[in-house]
Ligand binder design. Structure first.
Ligand code: 6PG
Length: 235
């Protein structure tokens, strides 16, 4: 993207307030403009305080569809399930939630195809995609590894696909389904929420490297069609 804007905060709570406010604004604007809103929300721990704040925000939630940016291939209700973790802090009344994975599957590519067809044609472009970043430079579940090129450069019409990170991340050692880079970068608003110096360094490096970045987040940032907001707090 030509435009990347950094927002620094003193702590996670201040960041959560600001990002929840931004997301609420995007939702209201989308509903005003198009009568409905579709947002993709990151898994992981960092955004949970944002979702807690959002849950307390009065919005026309029945016009909002929520999907995870990526999902671990586990049954709904499993502690590793992103949509389950999001749902624990954030169940806005009336909102439509699309779990892109609902059960464990031995064949992760088939799970990806099922998610892709479940997402269908009418949720695109996303009104907002909220991403996290890993200290290894992954975003959503686009990891460097065997399925990387497909997630990054695969068919543009594909919204989601199954991936097998290699090595498997220790905090969630299971295959995943992720939105493709094409689905992510076409979002009308692309927002990152990250904490800590390690992730900040990775993102700064990725921005410097541009489209040649070996980090998945670098390839996403370079390709984003609209300005990107990066929100950061120390912890
Ligand atoms: C996931 C995520 C992933 C996450 C980063 C950061 O399923 O793990 O969606 O992309 O955003 O790994 O995770 P933390 O916020 O927990 O550090």
């Amino acid at each position: 993207s030509e435009e990347i804007e950094w927002w620094d905060y003193d702590d996670a709570d201040e960041m959560a307030d600001a990002v929840a406010g931004d997301i609420a604004f995007v939702i209201e604007s989308a509903i005003d403009a198009r009568g409905a809103c579709v947002i993709a929300l990151a898994g992981g721990k960092t955004p949970l305080p944002i979702y807690t704040k959002l849950a307390a925000t009065k919005l026309d939630w029945k016009r909002v569809t929520i999907i995870p940016t990526d999902e671990r291939i586990v049954p709904l209700g499993d502690p590793l399930s992103n949509i389950t973790a999001i749902g624990k802090v954030f169940i806005p009344k009336g909102a439509r939630v699309i779990p892109i994975v609902s059960e464990a599957a031995a064949d992760y590519k088939a799970a990806g195809r099922a998610a892709d067809s479940r997402l269908g044609d009418h949720h695109w472009p996303l009104d907002l995609c909220l991403l996290g970043v890993g200290a290894d430079g992954h975003t959503a579940s686009i990891f460097p590894g065997p399925d990387y090129e497909e997630a990054i450069a695969g068919p543009r019409e594909r919204r989601a696909l199954g991936v097998m990170p290699d090595p498997l991340p220790p905090e969630a050692p299971v295959p995943r389904v992720t939105l493709s880079r094409a689905a992510i970068v076409s979002a009308r608003a692309l927002t990152l929420a990250v904490t800590g110096d390690a992730k900040r360094k990775v993102i700064e490096q990725a921005i410097k490297q541009g489209p040649a970045s070996p980090y998945p987040i670098g390839r996403v940032l370079a390709d984003a069609e609209l300005p990107v907001d990066i929100h950061w707090s120390p912890a």
